[in-house]
Ligand binder design. Structure first.
Ligand code: PAF
Length: 282
């Protein structure tokens, strides 16, 4: 496995790997790798022949109140984990490599960036889409792998790839969960023992909605109030949003129907956690 910092060397290494029709798989990350990322790397290993993982804490997707300097950077451990999983290249650029001059060209995906997390994180998806477009141009993968936990991010990236005719396929892999259902995230490390216990209520609330849907309830307002009841059990949980939207367009639904995304965000202590489920409703 090679760990490469520069764009030029990464392009050369990938050009060497491509002949013979070898397919390139790409897993973009900000490091602090966990089981969720490992599942993406494993999927990339299964579906493509040469796997590139990027580790880059992208400054353009952090808001003014989000502390990029506090973002965990266990680089050595990340590299070891990639090596163990059979990754071919870790691309770990500096911010100067990725943004050598003032960036004045942005990818603004409209509409699907407005609801859900877009409401409270202005500019976040502009930064994500822009850095992903840059990374796709550098690596030119056949397939790129994203997690369903960041459901809105996956929708935004799919929309960008379709709208700009980018020659790659976006593969969205299932959310990896702890035994009690908590979606695995690098932010879980900020929870103390009591907060961690309460964090399991996020998935419990999503399951409650599924239960009510299976019993015939379709009204979003009813489903959301059932979910709120579950979340209120956790005194440390501050709900940011609970929404039921069309899984592809992210348009709000008054009634759950078709492919419906039930998504929530909540703050527990300093950690902002998100989770979701997608249900196919007749
Ligand atoms: O999901 C993430 O870790 C980031 O948003 C991504 C896709 C690596 C872009 O910086």
């Amino acid at each position: 496995m090679e760990v490469i910092e520069t764009i030029k060397k990464t392009r050369a290494a990938i050009a060497k790997a491509r002949p013979g029709g070898r397919t390139i798989g790409f897993v973009p990350t900000m490091g602090a790798l966990h089981e969720g990322h490992f599942s993406l790397i494993k999927a990339a290993k299964e579906q493509t022949e040469f796997v590139v993982v990027s580790i880059f804490v992208n400054p353009t997707q952090f808001g003014p109140n989000e502390d990029i300097d506090k973002y965990p950077r266990p680089f050595e451990a990340d590299v070891k984990a990639c090596e163990k999983l059979g990754v071919d290249i870790v691309f770990a650029p500096t911010a100067e490599q990725m943004y050598p001059q003032e960036n004045i060209t942005w990818i603004n995906v409209e509409k699907v960036t407005e609801p859900l997390c877009g409401k409270n994180r202005p500019g976040h998806f502009r930064g994500v889409a822009t850095v992903c477009a840059k990374l796709f141009n550098i690596i030119q993968p056949d397939k790129a792998f994203f997690g369903q936990k960041d459901a809105q991010q996956a929708v935004v990236i799919k929309q960008m790839v379709a709208d700009l005719n980018l020659p790659l396929e976006i593969i969205v892999c299932p959310t990896v969960r702890e035994k009690d259902g908590l979606a695995i995230s690098s932010r879980n490390r900020y929870l103390d023992a009591e907060q961690r216990k309460q964090a399991a209520l996020l998935y419990a609330a999503l399951q409650e909605a599924e239960l009510f849907i299976n019993a015939g309830q379709r009204k979003s307002s009813e489903l959301i109030s059932q979910m709120e009841k579950i979340l209120r059990i956790g005194k440390r949980i501050k709900i940011e949003y609970i929404s039921i939207v069309d899984a592809k367009t992210l348009d709000e639904l008054d009634e759950a129907k078709g492919s419906s995304l039930i998504a929530l965000a909540a703050k527990i202590g300093t950690a902002r956690l998100i989770d979701n489920i997608v249900l196919d409703i007749e």
